[in-house]
Design a protein around this ligand. Structure first.
Ligand code: H79
Length: 471
């Protein structure tokens, strides 16, 4: 090697070193900024950023194959129902594989039914014998799962029903809340609820959240809800609770009625995609089959249905809590697990447009939905018009760039906004992913409706050739 080239090599090397140092300090600064941003993130914002979680409905009822929320005293006689736990032995339960499955599905948190309306407790509770300690299984299912979730980096939350059809102190004894117990004592039952929820926090906490349910039954009051909430916050200041801690929920639509004082941290549409809402956090809970609890041969949602649900929910600015019901042997059915992993592969591929994003500004519709973060905007087109382009109305921003991450889309700026023309192949694709960069933050932009009519060649504005983006 000549001197000259050696000198220049040395020069390049030292330049390289100082460049590396600079890069290193920039990276360190970025990391510092990220970690301080994370540490100051409020629990509700951290939860919201996760977007997608797993709901697990587990209990002795899986032995009957009927529904956990309404079979005691209906499909299954009470006496028979209350004896199921004596045979409950989910011996193949492997907490790590459930937590891993949630993670593989792209889910970032998991909510387990620690106690459903039937009153059975999945952990060995100091306050009742109607619990897992008195089953042939005998292990602490809640404890094992909470630990496995922590190991997998999946946040753990507890579903806890505020009604309890078996407990002698709780006034009602079956779905519909008509039948009464002989000697009810609701104030004493309330103490039981406080003791058990505190026990869950103390033993398995910090928990991400309490997911309450059963609040619609008459014995539960707003006053109990307020007292319970204060009690929980005292045990764990960061705990989140859903709106079912109080009495303000509007049916299965799950929104909180105007003027309700006790609202919890988020609304809870059930078995439906919540409507577009960006002021108030919300979460759709939905089953992957039809039942919450496992049912043999239950109809399983297709991958396309799962994707549409997820996209519509996050595009409407909600979270999705997708439910599985494990089998009596403690395993999650292979076809459900396969579906979750397929969904997970899709979620991971689209991760940057999912995690840490907000819904909008294009409102979800039959065409698909949109998400955003910073100046980026992602479109998920789930159904193109049968012919012609998909027309997006104007936003109050300038489009800096647009690309179809799946290819096969021609975009043109028109007088009315944007016109997106898919290739013949892409028009039939189950989803098309498009990334846009705008000249400003997307979240503050006024949300707009996308008019979509299948089979129609909607009339649009003039296309200007200089604004054609294609990949
Ligand atoms: O755990 C799952 C179900 O078992 C449980 N919620 C999810 C998360 C559930 N229990 N019962 N139900 C769902 C259906 C209850 C519906 C009704 Fe009502 C109760 C109809 C009338 C009273 C909800 C509250 C709709 C209106 C008021």
């Amino acid at each position: 090697m000549s001197r000259a080239s050696l000198a220049s090599f040395a020069g390049t090397a030292s330049m390289e070193i100082s460049r590396r140092r600079r890069l290193f300090s920039v990276a360190a600064l970025v990391l510092l900024a990220i970690s301080s941003a994370c540490s100051t993130q409020k629990p509700i914002d951290a939860w919201r950023a996760m977007r997608f979680g797993m709901f697990v409905h587990c209990g002795p009822v899986s032995l009957a194959g009927t529904e956990i929320g309404w079979s005691r005293g209906k499909q299954v006689p009470k006496e028979e129902y209350d004896e199921l736990y004596r045979r409950f032995d989910p011996k193949d339960f492997d907490a790590r594989s459930w937590a891993k499955l949630a993670k593989d599905a792209g889910m970032r948190y998991l909510v387990l039914t620690t106690k459903h309306h039937d009153g059975f407790c999945l952990w060995p509770s100091r306050f009742t014998d109607y619990d897992i300690a008195n089953t042939p299984f005998g292990r602490d299912l809640v404890g094992e799962l909470a630990k496995a979730c922590r190991a997998e980096g999946v946040r753990f939350g507890a579903y806890y029903s505020l009604c309890d059809w078996k407990h002698p102190d709780y006034p009602l004894d079956s779905p519909g809340g008509r039948k009464k117990k002989p000697k009810p004592n609701m104030p004493r039952y309330f103490e039981y609820v406080k003791a058990q929820t505190a026990e869950l926090i103390e033993r398995y906490g910090p928990l991400q959240l309490f997911w309450f349910d059963g609040e619609w039954e008459a014995p539960w009051t707003e006053r109990y809800g307020r007292e319970l909430h204060a009690h929980l916050l005292q045990k764990q200041a960061s705990i989140l609770v859903n709106n079912r801690i109080g009495k303000g929920r509007k049916g299965m639509e799950g929104k909180t009625k105007e003027g309700t004082l006790l609202r919890g941290n988020f609304d809870t549409p059930e078995q439906r995609v919540g409507s577009y809402e960006r002021e108030r956090p919300w979460e759709t809970c939905m089953t992957i089959c039809r039942q919450w609890a496992w049912k043999p041969g239950d109809r399983l949602k297709s991958l396309a249905e799962c994707i549409r649900t997820l996209v519509s929910v996050i595009g409407g600015d909600g979270n999705l809590l997708l439910n599985v019901g494990p089998m009596p042997n403690g395993k999650i059915e292979a076809r459900q697990a396969d579906r979750l992993r397929e969904l997970g592969a899709w979620v991971k591929r689209h991760g940057k447009a999912i995690y840490g994003t907000r819904g909008g500004p294009y409102r979800p519709g039959p065409w698909g939905a949109s998400t955003c973060r910073g100046r980026k905007l992602w479109l998920f087109v789930l159904r193109w018009p049968d012919a012609g382009p998909l027309r997006l109305p104007k936003l109050d921003a300038r489009l800096v760039s647009l690309r179809s991450l799946d290819g096969g889309v021609r975009a043109e700026k028109t007088m009315h906004g944007l016109s997106l023309m898919p290739s013949t192949k892409q028009r039939r694709a189950s989803s098309t992913w498009i990334e846009m960069t705008l000249d400003r933050e997307v979240l503050p932009l006024e949300p707009v409706e996308v008019r979509w009519t299948s089979g129609s060649l909607a009339k649009g504005g003039r296309a200007s050739a200089s604004n054609v983006y294609e990949r």
